[in-house]
Design a protein around this ligand. Structure first.
Ligand code: ADP
Ligand code: ADP
Ligand code: ZN
Length: 215
């Protein structure tokens, strides 16, 4: 199964990806996570990516595309993958198409998660992430049992530096301008499945899983 998750920041891509990777037994590839790791490790890529991420802008296509191409060549992607946060521009979608064609592979579907803007802002402002295992929480909608501590690994939870009001608003504009055009790109190729992202995470997972099982 080769799947893409598209959606504005806060739509629940990461949350759903954690469920889907288990249901379909495929690796979850989040370009946001890979880039944050590069920034933390201060690699050449991380040094270039940082200023864009801090401002809520997109990291240049060439950098992200090369990173993903390298990731897709690893053996764990042989039987499929779940891309979260990539592609985010038409140029990235075209680069991915070239990369897949080269290895004779095709996408099975693109899941677009749709959530009203007011809910996105609420979800992002309360998002907390485990520093150790990456598990996602929400201050109000999905709080950990003990404040600030991950239920799964006892790691400390933190708030992403780009989840502040100003950067969130920049990221939402970037989504509308650069990423939303991907919806018609994939609709034209009969790959797009639009999913209502409101309701509980379990309700959303059920919608996505039912859709993917019928593909
Ligand atoms: P969210 O979960 O809020 O959608 P991500 O974790 O996916 O955000 O991405 C965080 C930041 O990383 C983005 O604002 C952008 O700067 C950078 N980024 C992630 N994926 C891409 C991509 N495919 N192309 C360009 N920049 C990206
Ligand atoms: P994305 O990867 O699309 O940016 P996340 O999966 O990180 O989104 O979710 C953003 C925040 O919203 C997190 O704090 C997460 O716990 C919360 N969240 C995810 N799905 C839902 C949902 N269906 N209802 C309420 N909150 C949710
Ligand atoms: Zn944890």
């Amino acid at each position: 199964m080769r799947i893409i998750l598209v959606g504005p920041p806060g739509a629940g891509k990461g949350t759903q990806a954690q469920v889907l990777q288990q249901t379909f037994n495929i690796p979850h590839i989040s370009t946001g996570d890979l880039l944050r790791q590069a920034v933390r490790e201060e690699t050449a890529l991380g040094k270039q990516a940082r200023s864009y991420m801090d401002k809520g802008e997109l990291v240049p296509d060439e950098l992200v595309t090369a990173m993903v191409a390298e990731r897709l060549q690893r053996p764990d992607c042989a039987s499929g993958f779940l891309l979260d946060g990539f592609p985010r521009t038409i140029a990235q979608a075209e680069a991915l198409a070239v990369e897949l064609a080269r290895s004779g592979k095709e996408l099975d579907g693109v899941i677009s998660i749709m959530v009203p803007r007011a809910d996105l802002i609420e979800r992002l402002s309360g998002r907390r992430v485990c520093r150790e295992c990456g598990a996602m929480y929400h201050e109000r909608f999905d709080p950990p049992k003990k404040a600030g501590i991950c239920d799964r690994c006892q790691g400390t939870l933190y708030q992403r530096s780009d989840d502040n009001a100003e950067t969130v608003s920049a990221r939402l504009s970037v989504y509308e301008r650069a990423t939303a055009p991907l919806l018609s790109y994939y609709r034209d190729r009969a790959l797009l499945y639009e999913i209502d992202g409101s309701g509980t995470p379990e309700e959303v997972s059920q919608r996505i899983t039912a859709t993917l099982k019928s593909v």
